[in-house]
Structure formats: structure tokens, C-alpha cells
Design a protein around this ligand. Structure first.
Ligand SMILES: [Fe+2]
Length: 333
């Protein structure tokens, strides 16, 4: 498969991955975790919905938690578009592809389009949000990891090649990929906002949300979040890391929230916004891809993820066989 070239005049303008809507069982438990461990700011607490944002974010929310009685699900992946006119263009585009797409009234955000991509990923395209004062210099109010802003979401799909083509057509640039060759791609990193990724797709049973990621100011905030997690009884929720990624190069730590949704804190992304930057290939057989140092992730990090609401999970045709912590220890490597 040839690598796709950037599309410079997409059918409508997406600016970034902007928010995630998750279903949770207990808003009080979720609020404690996200406020105290990650350091997100509560913009608004309603009876059944919690709206949170990072300390440098002005827009009303980057994480919406809805109290639901059922299993933990992802309701929507939020994407910002530049203008309301882009929503009309997006609706026509999705409809033309046979994808569900309809305007929606969503509280505390402006004009919104609900659409489902060809791979079953439930999207929420939004043109505007109310704004709140940034909390970035309210240092005395910062908690936990001082999460600054949402950066990206990672998704699992059995239709990786098709997803790469679809989102390239929507203007996403391929910055990095994991693959033995251009014909054997296992993960793609796609961006709109000028750093390594907004949307990441890995091959796997899907559609499922693997994680949502928030940026932190400094390396110390990763450790501070871990320390506070341990103090508050979330020590076992620290699932992977701290460590350093191959792709994207970030220092990271992954948590599981009280409902099992996975969230990443990270820092040190680089900028990539010039056309002459070729996509970086990572060899899946090179251990430095998954863990340049330290230990590989547990098996569950590779296999567990959040399904989407009202969406059937389809099995991947090709099963990945990554180096897991369990296999690493068993083999004594
Ligand atoms: Fe990530």
C-alpha cells in the first residue's frame, strides 16, 4: 500500500481532536480521580454529567463524563471544525459516504454534528464552545498531574488501511507509522494541529477507544500524579510507565480510571507542520518502538479498551503479537 500524501484542500476543515464523552458509573468517584490525580478542572457539575478541562484550556470541556447504569462505554470522540459552515460540508460528506450524520443539540457547546465514520467510530464535530478563564497561572489551584490540555485519542480498528485513507482524505497528515513496510502497517499517527498526532489508529478488535491523552507541563508532573494516585488508593490504576515512547518520543504514564477507561499523561511532543517532513517508519520488530528502556506493557494494555455505545466490536483479521511484560518475564529477555 503506498503511503498517502497529505490532502491540502479537504472537504471541510477539522482543526484538532477536542474532547471525549465517556459513560461512568459513579460521578463522585470519577471526579475524585480526574480532579485529584490528573489535575483536570471541573467547569460544571450537573446531576448526571461532569464537564472537565485542562488547566490551560479555555473551551468549556475536553472531557465529558455521563452517569450511566450500564457498562463503561465511549459515547463520542470530539473533533473541532473551524466554522459552522464546515459542519454543513461535513454533513454532506458523511452522507455521501453512506455514514449517519445529523445536527445535534448538545449542552454547553455550539453547533454540533453527530456522525459515525465508516468504521463505527462515533464522532461529534463541534464548531464552537463557550469559554472560561484559563487556569494556567492559578498555580495554587493546580492539582495532581496539572493536566494542561487534551492532545490526542488512540483508537483500535480492524480496518486500519481504510481508516488511514479516510482520515487522510479529511486532511489528517500521517506523521509516523509502525510497520515492516508500507504494505504491512500496524499503527498510524495522524495529525491536524501540528504536533505528532490527534488521532492514532492501531490494528485490533474495534472500534474501541484505547486511550485519551492529556499533556502535562513537566516530567515531574507525571511522577506527582503517580504519587497522588498511590496516596489516594489508585496505585493499582497506574497501568504502564512512567516510560518513554518510541513514536512521538513522549515521556508518559497510563492510568485506568475508576470505570476502566484508559487515560495517558505525557509531555515532550515535537512540532511537525512542514510538508517536506516524510512520515517516520518504526520497525515493529525493533524493541525500541514499544519501550526504548524499562519494561514492556502488560498484556492487558494491548488487549483491553473501551467499546463505543451501541456499536458492535468486530474482530481484527490479523492478531498482533506484541512483546508483553508477561512474555518478557517468562522468556527472561
Ligand atoms: Fe497516546
Amino acid at each position: 500500500m503506498p503511503l498517502p500524501s497529505p490532502v491540502l484542500d479537504p472537504p471541510f476543515t477539522i482543526t484538532r481532536a477536542s474532547h471525549v464523552v465517556l459513560d461512568v458509573a459513579d460521578l463522585t468517584a470519577s471526579r475524585r480521580f480526574y480532579e485529584e490525580v490528573l489535575g483536570l478542572v471541573v467547569t460544571l457539575a450537573e446531576a448526571d454529567t461532569l464537564y472537565l478541562r485542562g488547566v490551560e484550556e479555555a473551551c468549556h470541556h475536553s472531557l465529558v463524563l455521563r452517569r450511566r447504569g450500564g457498562p463503561a462505554r465511549c459515547a463520542r470522540i470530539g473533533l473541532r471544525v473551524l466554522t459552522e459552515g464546515d459542519l454543513d460540508k461535513a454533513q454532506a460528506f458523511f452522507a455521501g459516504r453512506g455514514c449517519p450524520a445529523a445536527r445535534a443539540e448538545v449542552a454547553h457547546q455550539g453547533p454540533t454534528l453527530h456522525a459515525t465514520d465508516p468504521f463505527g467510530i462515533r464522532l461529534e464535530l463541534c464548531a464552537r464552545m463557550p469559554t472560561e478563564p484559563r487556569q494556567i497561572t492559578r498555580f495554587h489551584r493546580h492539582r495532581g498531574g496539572s493536566a494542561l490540555r487534551i492532545d490526542h485519542v488512540q483508537l483500535l480498528t480492524p480496518h486500519l488501511e481504510a481508516a488511514l485513507g479516510f482520515y487522510t482524505e479529511l486532511g489528517f497528515w500521517l506523521t509516523e507509522y509502525v510497520g515492516g513496510s508500507a504494505e504491512d502497517i500496524r499503527a498510524v499517527f495522524l495529525q491536524r494541529k501540528g504536533n505528532p498526532h490527534d488521532l492514532v489508529f492501531f490494528n485490533g478488535d474495534g472500534p474501541r477507544l484505547h486511550h485519551v491523552a492529556f499533556m502535562v507541563p513537566e516530567t515531574q508532573h507525571l511522577l506527582r500524579a503517580c504519587d497522588i494516585a498511590g496516596e489516594l488508593g489508585y496505585g493499582r490504576n497506574v497501568e504502564r510507565g512512567p516510560g518513554r515512547h518510541g513514536p512521538g518520543h513522549a515521556l508518559f504514564v497510563y492510568f485506568r480510571d475508576p470505570d476502566g477507561h484508559r487515560v495517558e499523561l505525557f509531555n515532550t511532543h515535537y512540532q511537525v507542520m512542514d510538508l517536506e517532513n516524510e512520515p517516520v517508519r518504526w520497525d515493529p520488530h525493533d524493541p525500541a518502538v514499544a519501550f526504548p528502556w524499562g519494561f514492556p506493557a502488560r498484556k492487558r494494555w494491548f488487549e483491553e479498551a473501551t467499546p463505543f455505545e451501541d456499536t458492535e466490536v468486530q474482530p481484527a483479521a490479523v492478531r498482533p503479537n506484541p512483546m508483553t511484560l508477561e512474555r518478557y518475564l517468562a522468556e527472561g529477555s
